[in-house]
Write a protein that binds this ligand. Structure first.
Ligand code: AP5
Length: 208
C-alpha cells in the first residue's frame, strides 16, 4: 500500500507512523527525519536545510524532491511506503504523482490526521524527541522509552517557531486536502483523541 500521511505539524503523523511500522513493517519515509539526519551528519544538504527548518519554513522543493526520489528507489519501499511530511505543497504533490506514474505506481490513500490548532500548540511545546533513535515522546519521558537515549526538544518546537509552522501549513500544505479529495483517495481520522483510539481508526481507514 502506498500512503501519504497528511496533517498539521504535531497532528500525530509520526506517532501513528511509528505504530504502523512496528505492526506492519511498512517503509516509513519522513522527510523531516531525513532532513534532521542530514543536519546531524553535517552534509551539504543538512547545512542548506537547517536555516529553513529552524525558522519553520519549508526547505526548497528540489532539495526535498531529490531526497524522496532517492529514498523511494530503496529496496524496502518497493512493496509499499508511507510518506510522512511529504508532499508539503502542490508542486511536491504533482511531482510525486508524475514520478510514481513513471514507475508504474500510484498512491492508494492520502490519510489526514485532523487536530485543531490550539491542541497542536500544546502538543508541540511538550514534545521531546530521542537524540539516538528519533522516537517521539513527551516532556514526561525522562529518557527514551524505546532505546534509553537522551530526549531533547527540537529547535523548531520553540514557541516562536511553532506559529510560523502552522501559518506555513495553512497556506502551503492544507490545499492538498482538496487536491487528494479531488483524486478520490482522501481519508480522514479525528486525531484529537487518545493515541491508541486514533490508531484503531487509522487502521480501519487504511483497511488494515
Ligand atoms: P517535520 O518533521 O515533517 O515536522 P511536521 O510536519 O511539522 O510534523 P511533526 O513531526 O512536527 O509532527 P507530527 O504530526 O509527526 O506529530 P508527532 O507524532 O511528532 O518537518 C520539520 C521541518 O522539516 C519542516 O518545518 C520543514 O522545514 C522541513 N520539511 C520536512 N518535510 C518537508 C517538505 N516535504 N518540504 C519542505 N520542507 C520540509 O506528535 C507531536 C506530539 O504530540 C508528540 O509529543 C506526541 O507524543 C504527541 N501526540 C501525538 N498524538 C497524540 C494524541 N493522539 N494525543 C496526545 N498527544 C499526542
Amino acid at each position: 500500500m502506498n500512503i501519504v500521511l497528511l496533517g498539521a505539524p504535531g497532528a500525530g503523523k509520526g506517532t501513528q507512523a511509528q505504530r504502523l511500522v512496528a505492526e506492519f513493517g511498512v517503509a516509513h519515509i519522513s522527510t523531516g527525519d531525513l532532513l534532521r539526519a542530514a543536519v546531524k551528519g553535517g552534509t551539504e544538504l543538512g547545512v542548506q536545510a537547517k536555516k529553513y527548518m529552524d525558522a519553520g519554513e519549508l526547505v526548497p522543493d528540489q532539495l526535498v524532491i531529490d531526497l524522496v526520489k532517492e529514498r523511494l528507489a530503496e529496496d524496502d519501499a518497493q512493496n509499499g511506503f508511507m510518506l510522512d511530511g511529504f508532499p508539503r505543497n502542490t508542486v511536491q504533490a504533482v511531482t510525486l504523482d508524475t514520478e510514481l506514474a513513471a514507475l508504474g505506481r500510484e498512491l492508494d490513500c492520502a490519510l489526514l490526521v485532523d487536530v485543531p490548532f490550539e491542541v497542536i500548540v500544546e502538543r508541540l511545546s511538550g514534545r521531546r524527541t530521542c537524540r539516538d533513535c528519533g522516537h517521539t515522546g513527551t516532556a514526561a519521558d525522562a529518557t527514551c522509552p524505546t532505546c534509553g537515549g537522551e530526549m531533547y526538544q527540537r529547535d523548531d518546537d520553540k514557541p516562536e517557531t511553532i506559529q510560523n509552522r502552522l501559518d506555513v501549513y495553512e497556506k502551503s500544505t492544507s490545499p492538498l486536502v482538496e487536491y487528494y479529495r479531488g483524486q478520490g483517495i482522501l481519508k480522514s481520522v479525528d486525531g484529537n483523541r487518545d493515541v491508541e483510539v486514533v490508531y484503531a481508526d487509522v487502521k480501519k481507514a487504511l483497511g488494515l
